[in-house]
Design a protein around this ligand. Structure first.
Ligand code: ATP
Ligand code: ZN
Length: 570
């Protein structure tokens, strides 16, 4: 048994997440956490909401609520929907927690002690009408790159170029619309990432088993142009972690907060402390401090590609630069993007399917299966309703669901609702057992390697092997001439169901639980010995024919949903 720490990129607080967010971070993290638990490992799986920064403030303003109240409510909403999707976090924390405030201030203090923080006075846009500085999205203007007239202070939505508020042409305040702006001096803290460049480069070079997507993005940021640059870690805002040097005030930094990118990854650690505070665990440091037992923990992070620079460079710079024995990530699984019907998913524009809406039309397992079996691993992947329909109908309804329904119903009609006793296995049964044994070993290798699509393919092949066996051996035909032989065939096929449940539970936990309930057994955990697992249901063991596990998606459904989700969400 090993110890595994798993974190998913923490979802931003400004709304309900879309299916792209889900498949790019939380869902594959959940798949891996569930798998490792089934294998008997000790797992700590943490996630949280990312609550600071201007988009949170603007979303709160739009909702007509104070930002703290907005974040508290949205955290509860996200937590509930995550639960509905079966995301099995050990704790779902908040980056605005007191634990994260203290830890972020602590990191800033020790980084400063290590000479890793520079105080920089720079000119920032100040709005006289609003009596405040206008960072990031508080300012809009014309993009100097493409001429788009609503470019934001941090980025142009049209050409995606990263911007600085001072770059904008004809800038205006998004709070008041005022153009009475001036440049004023303001002091900020910068993390001297450039100092760590060689150390980070060597560290990344050692990660030869990481996905190329992860290492290539890290290398690009390390070496393109001037190489890794120092980054501002503070902002002139009121919502956030107040700038302090450990417990002490930081002269000249009064009224400022840490910038969201600095405090958000620190929440991975603080979330452990929240987990203990919530009474769900007793010792978070044994997961996070290598001087307190975390040396034998394997730490895996999950995220979409845009988060990779922060996790491969900035956060490691924070940890390494602190000189303290915090746990560094061991493996970063990153994803390309899921696109929606020929375009991008977008939270701000409400484009695509959002987690709450998805569950209004179908249960979580349908989505989990499609998303994971089409995870954007080697390239971007597109969600279309036709593809969703065909994959759900083929894999879940025709292959898995049909196998279970066919064999349980046939057994009920000929032998009753209990495992039949007569007959013994012959060559086709031995061949099936050997085939499943080999496939389970392959499935396990893919899951260990977090190859999500390959794992799904192998799992589907394991389901299909059961169907093909039934098709070839046709117990309904055998029964007419040799009922004992048919009984043996049925016995083996029924025994596949609890095995399928254990193997499938990381992908489709609800259906797996229904399968076990129908067969009236507990989950026996991972089948380390497949032949033994396939002998688990003894003759005479009672079961029940389950309800339909997966309903087919009709062409009318597809037409309706495509229409309903065509535009943007109000
Ligand atoms: N279309 C997508 N496909 C896969 N992963 C995505 C997609 N969009 C975002 N992600 C990932 O989802 C996770 C959560 O993202 P976050 O809540 O910060 O939203 P975001 O990146 O701002 O997306 P959006 O702007 O669409 O809301 C991150 O790891 C991010 O990389
Ligand atoms: Zn632009």
């Amino acid at each position: 048994m090993a110890r595994h720490l798993i974190t998913s990129a923490i979802p931003y607080i400004n709304g309900i997440k879309h299916l792209g967010n889900l498949v790019g971070s939380q869902l594959p993290a959940d798949l891996y956490a569930r798998y490792l638990r089934t294998r008997g490992n000790e797992v700590l799986f943490l996630c949280a909401t990312d609550e600071h920064g201007t988009p949170a403030e603007l979303a709160a303003t739009k909702a007509g609520k104070p930002v703290a109240e907005y974040c508290k409510e949205m955290h509860a909403v996200q937590e509930r929907i995550a639960g509905d999707f079966g995301l099995s976090f050990d704790h779902f924390g908040r980056s605005s927690s007191p634990q994260n405030h203290a830890l972020t201030q602590h990191f800033a203090g020790v980084l400063a002690d290590q000479g890793m923080i520079e105080e920089v006075t720079e000119k920032q846009v100040y709005s006289n009408a609003d009596e405040r500085f206008l960072p990031d999205r508080y300012i809009e203007g014309t993009c100097p790159n493409c001429g788009f007239d609503s470019a934001r202070g941090d980025q142009c939505d049209n050409c995606t170029k990263q911007l600085d508020p001072v770059d904008l042409i004809n800038p205006r305040s998004t709070i008041s619309g005022s153009t009475d702006l001036e440049m004023r001096d303001t002091k900020h803290l910068f993390l001297r990432q450039s100092q760590m460049k060689d150390q980070l480069d060597t560290w990344i070079d050692g990660k030869t088993d990481w996905p190329v997507l992860t290492t290539s993005i890290a290398k690009k940021w390390l070496h393109d142009g001037d190489g890794l640059r120092d980054r501002g870690i503070t902002r002139d805002l009121s919502w956030g972690v107040p700038v302090k040097r450990g417990d002490a005030d930081w002269p000249g930094m009064e009224g400022k907060v840490f910038y969201v990118w600095f405090d958000a990854p620190i929440e991975y650690i603080a979330c452990g402390a929240e987990w203990v505070e919530a009474g769900k665990g007793t010792d978070w440091e044994r997961w996070w401090r290598t001087d307190k037992g975390a040396d034998d923990v394997r730490y895996t992070q999950f995220m979409g590609k845009d988060n990779v620079p922060f996790h491969t460079l900035s956060f490691p710079a924070t940890i390494m630069g602190s000189g303290e024995p915090w746990k560094l990530v061991d493996y970063i699984k990153s994803f390309n993007y899921l696109t929606y019907d020929g375009g991008q998913f977008s939270t701000s524009r409400g484009r695509g399917v959002f987690m709450d809406q998805a569950l209004e039309i179908l249960p979580a397992d349908y989505w989990r299966w499609w998303l994971l079996s089409h995870a954007p691993e080697t390239s971007d992947a597109e969600f279309t309703w036709e593809n969703f329909q065909s994959s759900v109908n083929k894999d879940l309804a025709d292959v898995l669901g049909n196998f279970i329904s066919r064999i349980t119903k046939f057994c009920r009609s000929k032998f009753g609702e209990a495992v039949p006793e007569a007959g013994s296995y012959g060559a086709p049964e031995e061949a099936l057992i050997a085939d499943i044994t080999a496939r389970v070993a392959r499935y396990q290798d893919h899951m260990d390697a977090i190859e999500v699509r390959k794992s799904a393919q192998e799992l589907r092949a394991i389901w299909a092997a059961g169907n093909e066996y039934l098709q070839a051996e046709a117990p309904w035909t055998t029964f007419k001439t040799d009922p004992d032989k048919a009984a043996a065939q049925v016995r083996l096929a029924l025994n596949l169901i609890p095995l399928y449940a254990s193997l499938s539970s990381p992908f489709i936990p609800t259906a797996a639980a229904s399968m076990l309930a129908a067969m009236k057994v507990e989950d026996a955990g991972w089948p380390d010995d497949v032949p033994a697992a396939l002998a688990r249901l003894a003759p005479g063991h009672a079961f029940e024919v389950p309800e339909v596990l997966f309903a087919k998606i009709t062409d009318d459904n597809v037409t309706d949903w495509a229409e309903r989700f065509a535009g943007t969400r109000a």
